[in-house]
Ligand binder design. Structure first.
Ligand code: SAM
Ligand code: SF4
Ligand code: F3S
Length: 444
């Protein structure tokens, strides 16, 4: 076994996990290939938050069956889908060699040994172990100039629609000392990193088990720690409206030179009746109060959110309240999902999925067009202005290079230049604005 290929589905948690798996495999001497047809080991990292990503992952795995036949490739699946389906994949997909859940992928080297001995591996655990903290010592490769560091895993909130607490386990915060060790090890191995993104399912509820530090303390201390180490930007996701505090916003103001003005604060709905049925733990008024304070203290902040349409009992009036919320907040970006009942959840068990499918799709399209208009309006405010862009991708195009990057507000910015630039920050003057990106020229 010499080469591997990882296909990732799902959220940034999975991106991070897959980068860790990549680091583990590279430490065993394996080399990543970009073409699945060339891989000796094919791993699929999976998401079960809705049916669609789950089916996509399983069908990708099904397509890889022929590579096993043709070239003897080893097939493995890990993450949230096996954690939900447990023995089902192992039993119904006999061509899959490795089935691992979310709590134990750090033991991959051991499992690969078993596969080499000709055994199939089924290892889905019921709960996490502190052993997972050892992952901090495998510096995961950055994506371009950005390093992801998960500081909190799992969730205790049990929103009535959500399967995450069932497949990721109880909320746990990584000790602050380990966060610092992980950052140091990562910067030592990849000294060109320019941005650190701290990840957590509900990152505002972070609490260090050793020091009691909260997210605001982590942001302050990490900022101090990376000072003079080449890091220009820090970001954090995902915020939860119930945990997002004024104290945190005040800290963001103090750290505005390094912590970027972009907050992902998913409201899910603008109707108090639906928020209660979802068990979100806040009202529309409380959400708006937090948004208003955030905008007052950080006027240049960009805000994004997730929305669910067609939740049980959502009437047209409830949906209109969500549209009103979108008008008030003026989101920079939004992600809309049609409600999809998930196993184990309260909503799937006790509430009737009573919004018809075509009505859900209609609401999804309406909300998406509202959000698109809002994003375009916000993006137009950048026209003819300079913005700092961290280059994340580059591609040679004839005599020129095509660059893509992110500005402080996390907007995608595209520009061309004859110069061969590094993955670093540059100044770009914005000339065109679209709902999903900005286009500009290099400002020298
Ligand atoms: N922890 C984050 C929060 O509470 O806002 C969200 C994490 S969840 C992994 C990502 C998004 O998936 C949610 O914000 C929600 O909009 C969507 N989602 C989760 N369960 C869903 C379901 N059953 N049907 C449709 N969308 C769902
Ligand atoms: Fe799911 Fe709610 Fe936890 Fe977010 S806070 S992961 S939506 S249960
Ligand atoms: Fe999906 Fe698991 Fe993330 S269910 S959204 S990959 S935590």
């Amino acid at each position: 076994m010499k080469t591997f290929f990882i296909k990732v589905f799902g959220c940034q948690m999975n991106e991070y996990d897959s980068l860790k798996v990549k680091a583990i495999l590279e430490s065993l001497g394996l080399k990543e290939v970009k073409n699945v047809n060339e891989a000796d080991l094919i791993l699929v990292d999976t998401c079960t938050v809705r049916e669609k990503p789950e089916n996509k992952a399983l069908s990708f795995l099904g397509q890889c069956k022929k590579l096993k036949k043709e070239r003897g490739a080893i097939l493995g699946i890990f993450g949230c889908v096996p954690q939900r389906l447990r023995r089902k994949i192992f039993e119904e997909m006999p061509y899959v060699d490795i089935v691992i859940g979310t709590f134990n992928y750090h033991l991959l080297p051991l499992y690969l040994e078993k596969v080499k001995e000709g055994k199939r591996v089924f290892e889905v655990w019921n709960k996490y172990s502190l052993e997972e903290n050892k992952l901090a010592f495998y510096p995961s490769p950055p994506k371009g100039p950005i390093s992801y560091i998960t500081i909190q895993i799992g969730c205790n909130r049990f929103c009535t629609y959500c399967i995450v607490p069932f497949v990721r386990g109880r909320e746990r915060s990584k000790p602050f000392s380990l966060i610092i060790k992980e950052i140091d090890k990562t910067l030592e191995k990849y000294p060109y990193i320019k941005e650190i993104q701290l990840l957590g399912q509900n990152i505002d509820f972070y609490k260090c088990p050793e020091t009691g530090y909260e997210l605001k303390d982590v942001l302050k201390k990490v900022s101090e720690h990376v000072f003079n180490k080449g890091i220009k930007r820090i970001r954090f996701v995902t915020s939860h409206p119930a945990g997002f505090s004024k104290d945190l916003v005040d800290t963001l103001k103090d750290l505005k030179d390094i912590v970027m003005p972009y907050i992902h604060l998913p409201p899910q709905s603008g109707s108090n009746k639906i928020l209660k049925l979802m068990r979100r733990g806040y009202t529309k008024e409380e959400y708006l109060e937090k948004i208003n304070y955030l905008k007052e203290i950080l006027p240049n902040v960009a805000i994004s959110g997730d929305f669910i349409v067609g939740f049980p009992e959502e009437t047209k009036k409830d949906f209109e309240e969500t549209l009103e919320l979108v008008k008030k907040v003026k989101y920079d970006q939004g992600f809309v999902f049609a409600y999809n009942p998930r196993p184990f959840t309260y909503a799937a068990t006790f509430l009737k999925d009573n919004v018809p499918k075509d009505e859900k799709i209609k609401r999804l399209q309406t909300l998406n067009s509202f959000l698109m208009r809002s994003a375009l309006e916000k993006n137009k405010t950048f026209l003819e202005k300079n913005t700092e862009v961290l280059i994340t991708k580059k591609e040679k195009k004839g005599e020129k290079y095509l660059y893509e990057g992110r500005n402080p507000q996390n907007k995608i910015v595209i520009f061309e230049s004859e110069k061969n630039l590094d993955f670093d920050t540059v100044n770009v003057k914005i000339k065109e604005a679209y709902p999903y990106y900005l286009k500009g020229v290099l400002n020298v």
